[in-house]
Write a protein that binds this ligand. Structure first.
Ligand SMILES: Cc1cc2nc3c(=O)[nH]c(=O)nc-3n(C[C@H](O)[C@H](O)[C@H](O)COP(=O)(O)OP(=O)(O)OC[C@H]3O[C@@H](n4cnc5c(N)ncnc54)[C@H](O)[C@@H]3O)c2cc1C
Length: 368
């Protein structure tokens, strides 16, 4: 049985960032992921603030411009009927990107492997714990394998495989869910802007992605009557009629792809580390896509998680783990505060259930 210092579950942005940083510090590290070819990662808007952290992770930032689309402009119709434009021309750091997300995640994983991180795609992963060791059992193409490690990292996103296994309670703050479709993008100026628009029962987001495609999502409260309505392809299309900017750029209904659905609510486990485990990325705190901070926070906190793990493995002190947890808690508290203010700024439909529920902080505690 092979022995590792650290096993990381999940090869998304958080897992790769944690792995690269640990490997650079000299720890024997492997990533295990159940990635399937058909799985499509979501989230395509990468903020320019990610540039610095990507350079630290040895990723060639110039290659982003070649493989992804520069995000120069965005426009939102949110608090009132006046469009608010944002132009990267006025940002000293430059522009962000609309990602080909699968390509971006692959690029991070390749960078991790070039740095010396090992990687396995696995199935039927099981976690066993001993006093000072973790044993991970899994299948690789029907062959049973087991690995041991001193420290385990949960970067499995909203699946939160490890914290579920440890029965860590989860705090859920809202019930946001996305309903998404896409269509061929025209390539004219309005078509390349990302657009956010508030609507009576939720909000719309749309952006172009590489491959001349435009994604279009409606975010609303899951399990409500209005959710059930928009989940129907015809009603989804009709709903675009409630918008001002988006309705100008959508093609005929027949050109829309099938609808897909994703949880997009804010949630956080009560604990995100213990003396021999840690979570990073969505597994530690999942954000509303409105904040557009999921990927950059996953990268940034992956690097911080690696720092805390390195201190623990080198000195046996828990102080860096405690500091890491505090940083994440503070970041999440600030985010919740901002989120609430942002939703509360939409007065046009403030008596509608969607805007009423999202403009206050409601904590629901779920025990796994
Ligand atoms: C609809 C929607 C739109 C979004 N848009 C944006 C956006 O525009 N910009 C932005 O910054 N963020 C956005 N986000 C958030 C962003 O997608 C996440 O914050 C980001 O992907 C988190 O990265 P991660 O590495 O923590 O998790 P993930 O990217 O979810 O990676 C988790 C990895 O764990 C693996 N895994 C899962 N279960 C197991 C298991 N049992 N065993 C082994 N491996 C497992 C998965 O295969 C995956 O590779 C959006 C989210 C949603 C839902």
């Amino acid at each position: 049985m092979q022995q590792y210092d650290v096993i990381i579950l999940g090869a998304g942005p958080a897992g790769c960032a944690t792995a690269i940083s640990l490997c650079k510090k000299g720890f024997k590290t492997i990533i295990l992921d159940k990635k399937s070819v058909s799985a499509q990662p979501v989230g395509e808007n990468l903020d320019v603030t990610a540039k610095t952290i990507l350079s630290e992770l040895n990723l060639d930032v110039r290659s982003l411009d070649a493989a992804h689309m520069a995000a120069y402009h965005s426009v939102s119709l949110w608090a009132n009927k006046t469009p608010v434009w944002k132009d990267s021309l006025f940002n000293p750091n430059g522009h962000g990107w609309h990602l080909n997300r699968a390509e971006f995640d692959n690029c991070l994983l390749n960078t991790a492997m070039q740095t010396g991180v090992e990687y396995l795609t696995c199935e039927q992963l099981e976690i066993e714990t001993d006093i000072d060791q973790w044993k991970i059992n899994f299948n690789v193409k029907a062959e049973q394998r087991s690995l041991n490690c001193r420290f385990l990292v949960d970067c499995t996103g909203r699946a939160r495989v490890l914290s579920r296994k440890l029965s860590v309670p989860l705090f859920r703050f809202d019930s946001l869910m996305s309903i998404t479709s896409s269509f061929e993008c025209e390539g004219n100026e309005i078509a390349t802007q990302s657009i956010i628009e508030a609507a009576p029962n939720g909000w719309w987001y749309s952006a172009c992605v590489p491959g001349n495609k435009r994604v279009l999502s409606f975010f609303t409260n899951a399990k409500t009557d209005y959710f059930k309505m928009y989940a129907d392809a015809n009603k989804f299309y009709e709903g675009i009629g409630e918008t001002t900017l988006l309705k100008e750029i959508v093609p005929a209904k027949e050109l829309f792809s099938e609808l897909t659905f994703r949880y997009a609510n804010s949630e956080k486990p009560e604990k995100i580390c213990g003396s021999n485990w840690i979570s990073a990325g969505d597994a530690a705190a999942a954000f509303d896509p409105l904040s557009s901070q999921g990927i950059s926070t996953a990268l940034k906190m992956g690097v911080k998680a690696a720092g805390a793990v390195a201190v623990k493995l080198s000195t046996d002190s828990d102080s860096a783990l405690a500091a890491y947890e505090k940083t994440y808690n503070d970041l999440f508290d600030d985010y919740l505060d901002q989120r609430q203010k942002y939703y509360a700024s939409v007065f046009a439909w403030d008596t509608n259930d969607f805007w009423k529920t999202n403009s206050s902080i409601n904590i629901k505690s779920l025990h796994n």
